[in-house]
Write a protein that binds this ligand. Structure first.
Ligand code: GCV
Length: 659
C-alpha cells in the first residue's frame, strides 16, 4: 500500500487500493488494464477522459488505448432513466451507457469503482438510476476562511473575504463528489454575512462562475446561500417584505444578473426567521410569501429555492414549559402545504430539533403531501463527536429511511416523491485528508451513495468504503465492524434514550448535563430528583400530535414508544423498569460504562491492524481514538455523577461514580 494517501480517499490508485489477491492489473479472464482502449462519441468526451484517467490511475501506468485489445465503449441511451446508467460486457469489451451526460459520468465512476474493488472487467455489469434527483452538499463556509461547525480545517473555497482555492484540488473535489453522485453544491454558509451576501453581485460573480466551471463537467451545479434581507442590504430598499413590488423586482433583477454569470446555477438556499436572522414572519408574512417571491425570480432560469424549515424561537424562556421547540417547524410550515410554488423545495432537518444523536423523524415528512421537500442531514459531526470521535452516520441514516412516517409508509417511501432532494451539511475542509478523521471520509461517501439509493444499508456502503480505501482484505472486516458499531457506542456514552443536548454550550463537544438547561434555545430535559425527559404526548406539550394518529399513538404510549426515544417523548421516573428489566437509572449507568469500554475495544481492534494498514493512516486514527477515549470517559463520569447527585442512588454493580 505504499502509494496510499489519505487525500485520495476512496479513489486510491489500483495497485494500492487492492491487496495482492485482487490486483487490478490482472482483473481476470486474461484482461489486463494495460490492454484496454476507450471509445466514445463526442458527447461522451469528458466521461471518456475521466475513464482513461481513472484506468491509468488504477493500472499505475498508461493504458495502451489503441484500437485493439479490450474495448470499452461509452454511449448514451435516452431510454435509460434520467441520470442513470447501464454497464455490461462480453469477452471483447465493456459498454457503459448513460441516460445523459450525467448518467454517463456516474456509469464511468461506478465502473472504475468496481475495477478498483477487483472485479473482472468483462464481468462488470450494473444498472442504476438515482432515486432522488437532487443530491446536495451544503457547505457552511464563511468568506473569511472559517467553517461553521467545520472540523477539517479551513474552507475549501474562501480566504480573507475572497475566493481562494487550488484549482487542481478543486477538480479533485469535484471528482470525489461526482464519484458518489452528488450533483449540487452550495458553497457558502446559510448564515450569510455581509461579505457572502455579495456573492450574488457582479463583484464576486465572475469568481463564482470560475468555480462553477470547474464543477460543471462533473455534473455538479452550484447553489448560493442568500440573505433574505438582500433587497435592503444590497439593494438599498427600506424593506425586504416579499409582498412589496419593489422587493420582488429586486429579486428578479438580482437573479438575472446571477444567471448571466452562471447559467446553470441550481438555485438559492435560504435560512430565514431562524437564529437571529430575519425572514417573512418578522414582517408579518408567511414562509410561503417569502419563498415564492424568491422562487418567482429564479423560475425563468430554471432555478430552485431551497427554503430551510429550521424556524423556531431561539429566545425562549426556560421557565416556559408550554412552548416546545420541536413543534416549531411543523407549526410554521404544515398549514402552508400546497401554497408553495413548483420551484420551492422545503429543506427539513431529519429530526424536529437539531441533528441530535437520536431524534424521531420530523413530522413534516409524510404530512406535507403537496409540497416538495428535501431531507437535510448533517454530515459534519457537530453533535456527534466532531470528527474526533468515530461516528458512522450511515447507520443513523439507514434508521431514518427505515422509520415509519405513518401506518403504511416509511421515510424511504417518499424519497424521489415528495422528497425531491437530499441535502447534507459538508464535513470537508482543507485538511490533507478532507475530513480530519480519516474514517469520517466514509460519512461523505455514504451520504452520496445513500442519497442516490436510500435503500442501501449502512453495512453495504461502509464495507464498500473500507474496501475502496484500504483494499480488499477480510482482515479489514474488523474496521467495517467497528465503524458500524460506532454510532451505538457514541450514543451510549453521550445521549441516553433520546434525551440529547447534554453537550457543552456553543462548541457542542463533550458533556455538560445542564449546559443548555436554563438557556434560551428551547432544549431542556428538565431532570429533577425523581424523573427526567419531556412529556410530548397530548398530556404534555402535544408534539406527538403532529404525527398521523397511528404514529402519535405509538409514540404516546410509554410501552410502545421505541425505547431509544423514550425520554424524547416521555417524562420517566428513574425507577421505571425498561424492557430489559433494568431501572431507567441503572440503564443510564450501564450504557455509560459500556460506551467507554467499547471505545477501548475499538482501540484494541485498531491496534491489531498495525502493520497491515498504511502507517500514517494507522497513526492518525489511533490518535483520534485516544482522544475519543478521553471524551468517552469524561461523558461517562460527568453524566453518571449528574444522575447520582440527582437521585442519591448508586450503581447496582458498585462501579465508581463520582458523587
Ligand atoms: C448554520 C445549528 C448549528 C448552527 C447552524 C444551525 C442551522 O443550530 O449549531 O451552527 O447554523 O444549526 O442549521 O442553521
Amino acid at each position: 500500500m505504499e502509494n496510499f494517501k489519505e487525500y485520495y480517499a476512496w479513489l486510491q490508485p489500483g495497485p494500492v487500493g487492492c491487496s495482492a489477491s485482487c490486483s487490478p492489473m490482472r482483473p481476470g479472464r486474461g484482461v489486463s488494464l494495460r490492454e484496454v482502449c476507450v471509445h466514445g462519441s463526442e458527447q461522451a468526451d469528458f466521461a471518456a477522459r475521466e475513464l482513461r484517467g481513472g484506468l491509468n490511475w488504477l493500472a499505475g501506468q498508461n493504458i495502451c488505448d489503441e484500437n485493439s485489445g479490450y474495448k470499452i465503449t461509452l454511449g448514451l441511451d435516452p431510454g435509460i432513466q434520467a441520470q442513470g446508467y447501464r454497464i455490461n460486457g462480453d469477452g471483447n469489451g465493456s459498454f457503459i451507457t448513460g441516460a445523459d451526460r450525467e448518467g454517463l459520468i456516474y456509469g464511468v465512476f461506478a465502473f472504475l469503482g468496481k475495477v478498483g474493488m477487483g472485479e473482472d472487467l468483462p464481468g462488470i455489469s450494473a444498472e442504476s438510476a438515482p432515486v432522488v434527483r437532487k443530491r446536495i452538499l451544503n457547505h457552511w463556509d464563511n468568506m473569511d476562511g472559517s467553517v461553521e461547525r467545520g472540523y477539517s480545517g479551513k474552507s475549501l473555497f474562501f480566504r480573507d473575504g475572497r475566493f481562494c482555492y487550488d484549482p487542481s484540488r478543486m477538480k479533485d473535489y469535484a471528482r470525489l463528489l461526482a464519484s458518489v453522485g452528488i450533483n449540487e453544491l452550495s458553497i457558502n454558509n446559510v448564515n450569510v454575512t455581509d461579505a457572502s451576501a455579495r456573492l450574488i453581485t457582479p463583484e464576486l460573480l465572475p469568481e463564482a462562475a470560475e468555480l462553477a466551471a470547474i464543477f460543471r463537467p462533473f455534473g455538479v451545479r452550484l447553489i448560493l446561500a442568500v440573505d433574505f434581507e438582500s433587497p435592503v442590504k444590497l439593494g438599498g430598499l427600506n424593506t425586504a417584505d416579499p409582498l412589496n413590488g419593489e422587493v420582488a423586482a429586486w429579486w428578479k433583477n438580482a437573479a438575472r444578473v446571477v444567471y448571466d454569470y452562471i447559467p446553470d446555477l441550481a438555485g438559492f438556499v435560504v435560512k430565514a426567521d431562524s437564529e437571529f436572522r430575519d425572514g417573512p414572519a418578522a414582517l408579518g408574512r408567511t414562509q410561503a410569501d417569502g419563498a415564492n417571491t424568491v422562487a418567482r425570480a429564479l423560475k425563468d432560469f430554471g432555478g430552485t429555492v431551497y427554503w430551510r424549515c429550521f424556524v423556531y424561537n431561539c429566545r425562549q424562556d426556560w421557565r416556559d414549559a408550554k412552548t416546545d421547540r420541536p413543534k416549531a417547524a411543523f407549526e410554521h410550515f404544515y398549514p402552508l402545504d400546497g401554497t408553495f410554488d413548483e420551484n420551492v423545495v422545503l429543506q427539513i432537518k431529519n429530526g424536529p430539533v437539531d441533528f441530535q444523536v437520536r431524534e424521531p423523524v420530523s413530522p413534516l415528512f409524510g404530512r406535507m403531501k403537496h409540497t416538495k421537500q428535501a431531507v437535510e442531514f448533517q454530515i459534519t459531526q457537530e453533535y456527534t463527536g466532531q470528527q474526533i470521535d468515530l461516528y458512522n452516520l450511515a447507520v443513523q441514516w439507514e434508521e431514518f429511511f427505515a422509520a415509519p412516517i405513518s401506518e403504511h409508509r416509511l421515510a424511504r417511501d417518499i424519497m424521489g416523491k415528495e422528497a425531491a432532494a437530499i441535502a447534507g451539511v459538508a464535513n470537508t475542509g482543507c485538511d490533507g485528508n478532507w475530513t480530519g478523521h480519516l474514517l469520517a471520509q466514509a460519512n461523505l461517501y455514504a451520504f452520496g451513495r445513500m442519497a442516490w439509493d436510500p435503500g442501501l444499508t449502512a453495512k453495504q456502503v461502509t464495507s464498500e468504503w473500507v474496501c475502496r480505501t484500504f483494499g480488499k482484505n477480510t482482515e479489514f472486516d474488523a474496521i467495517t465492524g467497528m465503524m458500524l458499531a460506532s454510532r451505538g457506542v457514541y450514543e451510549k456514552y453521550a445521549s441516553p434514550l433520546g434525551l440529547g443536548w447534554m453537550v457543552n454550550i456553543n462548541h457542542h463537544y463533550g458533556p455538560s448535563p445542564e449546559g443548555y438547561e436554563y438557556m434560551k434555545w428551547g432544549t431542556y430535559h428538565r431532570a429533577d430528583n425523581t424523573a427526567v425527559g419531556v412529556d410530548r404526548t397530548a398530556k404534555g406539550t402535544g408534539f406527538a400530535g403532529q404525527y398521523e394518529p397511528w404514529l402519535e399513538a405509538l409514540y404516546s404510549d410509554v410501552k410502545t414508544c421505541p425505547e431509544e426515544l423514550l425520554l424524547f417523548f416521555h417524562r420517566v421516573r428513574y425507577d421505571y423498569r425498561l424492557k430489559s428489566g433494568k431501572t431507567l437509572l441503572q440503564h443510564i449507568y450501564d450504557t455509560h460504562f459500556e460506551g467507554a469500554a467499547e471505545v477501548q475495544a475499538f482501540m484494541d481492534i485498531w491496534d491489531s491492524l498495525k502493520g497491515r494498514l498504511p502507517q500514517g493512516a494507522y497513526e492518525s486514527v489511533a490518535d483520534r481514538l485516544k482522544r475519543q477515549l478521553q471524551n468517552a470517559l469524561e461523558w461517562r463520569d460527568v453524566v453518571n455523577a449528574y444522575f447520582y447527585r440527582k437521585t442519591g442512588v448508586g450503581d447496582e454493580m458498585g462501579r465508581e461514580i463520582y458523587g
